[in-house]
Design a protein around this ligand. Structure first.
Ligand SMILES: [Zn+2]
Length: 117
C-alpha cells in the first residue's frame, strides 16, 4: 500500500473518530460531489485522472457506507466498474423491442445492460 493511499484511509479514520459519524458522512458527501465535478471537467484532457478521481469518490462512499445518488451511480460500468460518461466512452440507446428500455453500452468492456423504462 502506498503512502498516499495509507494517508487517504488514515484521514477518513481520523475524521470518524474526532468528528463523529454523522459529520464524517456530511464531509464525505461533499468530497464525493467535488471529486465527481472535477472528473467531469478533466475527462476530455486526461481520462486516467478523471477515472481515478471517480474511483476515489466510490471508495469514500464505500468506507462511510453512503449510498451514491442515482445519477452518480449511473456513471460507473456495472461490469468493469470504470467511470463512463455518455458520449465519451459509453453509448445510450432507446431499445426498439416491445420492452422499452435504455441500452447502455460500455465502450471499454463492451458490456450492455438495460434500464427498464
Ligand atoms: Zn465496462
Amino acid at each position: 500500500m502506498s503512502i498516499q493511499r495509507k494517508n487517504f484511509y488514515f484521514n477518513i479514520v481520523i475524521n470518524t473518530v474526532i468528528l463523529g459519524k454523522q459529520v464524517a458522512k456530511l464531509v464525505g458527501q461533499e468530497r464525493i460531489l467535488i471529486l465527481i465535478r472535477n472528473a467531469f471537467q478533466k475527462i476530455d484532457d486526461d481520462y486516467e485522472l478523471a477515472n481515478s478521481q471517480a474511483q476515489i469518490a466510490k471508495k469514500i462512499a464505500k468506507r462511510l457506507r453512503l449510498k451514491l445518488p442515482y445519477d452518480i451511480r449511473q456513471l460507473y460500468c456495472k461490469k468493469c466498474k470504470q467511470f463512463i460518461v455518455p458520449g465519451f466512452n459509453c453509448r445510450v440507446r432507446i431499445g426498439r423491442s416491445k420492452i422499452k428500455a435504455l441500452r447502455i453500452t460500455c465502450l471499454l468492456c463492451n458490456n450492455v445492460y438495460r434500464k427498464l423504462l
